[in-house]
Design a protein around this ligand. Structure first.
Ligand code: GDP
Length: 332
């Protein structure tokens, strides 16, 4: 990878240069320690230019219509003068090479729109690593002047919780099923949703979509009591319901900003992010230390065979870890 100076990245990103933005993202995605240092320098310099975008997560099972929806919504927003970045968190990407955003043709209008920027999911690293890269990519896109950042994810595993933790507003796309609407939908995703959209409310499917809307509304009332998110219908194909949906996103932000809840949410996300980084760093340090690895392997065997309790083994690891860390510190 050809490297620029930190200043060249900063100037290029600030100037909205898409080629340099793409390279800056590649830099923060790199696992090499030398790149990490440069990436942090670039991010730090750009930090005052970040935070301005609507950060919106969009989740849904494969086939729910996420790419069609993002293409239609994004195009509507660029026509209104917004600049739209589309990112993805795909927990399957490091295994399979990616099931979402694998190729840009999935968003045929947005991919040729000069006011849009599409970036596929990072294809390496743990889900925690992918989350870090995506969060930092959001910041880079904001510094490059994108005022809407859409983060797409498939609703599997932990990805929706992770994405919900990095956006201001989380949209779950659903489609009307034949029978029980709630079958196959994970509770977790409904708990983090700020809005449910029943997509494909068009043609013969319209009536079914409306029925699904009603049953989700009552299910959510049972599940979430007072804090029931709106349930809307839309058609990504016919581009209906999108304008109303976006109006809800904008209104929700205005309300949260007026009450101070918006700032509090962003602040707690920042602190959560810091803790994620601490926890990831500790885990790496634990696993990367050969002496500790040996001790851990031994204790895992002991715990598995019932020769040691998990608590005692954990204490032993933590104690040895603290000793190793203070040895490293006194060595300077
Ligand atoms: P994704 O896997 O969630 O990204 O879903 P896609 O956007 O690829 O859509 C899956 C299929 O559903 C495609 O054949 C789309 O054309 C179709 N589709 C998406 N949105 C709509 C819609 O609003 N109405 C109808 N009728 N079909 C749609």
């Amino acid at each position: 990878m050809k490297r620029f100076s930190a200043q060249a990245y900063v100037d290029g990103v600030r100037g909205g240069d898409r080629a340099i933005l793409a390279r800056a993202i590649t830099l923060i995605e790199s696992e090499q320690p030398a790149h990490a240092e440069l990436a942090q320098e670039v991010l730090e310099a750009l930090l005052p230019d970040t935070g301005g975008a609507h950060r919106v997560g969009i989740s849904g099972v494969p086939g729910a219509g996420k790419s069609t929806f993002i293409d239609a919504l994004g195009t509507m927003l660029t026509a209104r003068g917004h600049r739209v970045a589309v990112l993805a968190v795909d927990p399957t990407s490091s295994v399979s090479g990616g099931s979402i955003l694998g190729d840009k043709t999935r968003m045929s209008s947005l991919s040729i729109d000069p006011n849009a920027f599409i970036r596929p999911s990072p294809t390496s690293g743990t889900l925690g690593g992918v989350a870090r890269k995506t969060r930092e990519t959001i910041l880079l896109c904001e510094a490059a002047g994108f005022d809407v950042v859409l983060v797409e994810t498939v609703g599997v595993g932990q990805s929706e919780t992770i994405v919900a933790g990095m956006v201001d507003f989380f949209v779950v796309l659903l489609i009307a099923g034949a029978g029980d609407e709630l079958q196959g939908i994970k509770r977790g995703i409904l708990e983090v949703a700020d809005l449910l959209a029943i997509n494909k409310a068009d043609g013969d499917n319209r009536a079914r979509a409306m029925r699904a809307q009603a049953s989700y509304q009552s299910a959510l009332r049972l599940m979430r009591g007072d804090a029931v998110p709106p349930v809307v219908t839309c058609s990504a194909l016919e581009k209906t319901g999108l304008s109303e949906l976006w109006a809800t996103v904008v209104e929700s932000r205005a309300e949260l900003q007026a009450s101070g809840a918006f700032q509090r949410k962003r602040q707690s996300q920042q602190v959560r992010w810091m803790w994620d980084m601490i926890e990831n760093g500790l885990r790496r340090a634990l696993r990367g230390d050969p002496e500790l690895s040996e001790l851990i392997a031994q204790l895992e065997a002991d715990v598995g065979d019932g020769r040691a309790t998990p608590s005692a083994a954990a204490m032993q690891v933590l104690r040895r870890f603290a000793e190793r860390a203070s040895e490293a510190l006194t060595r300077g």
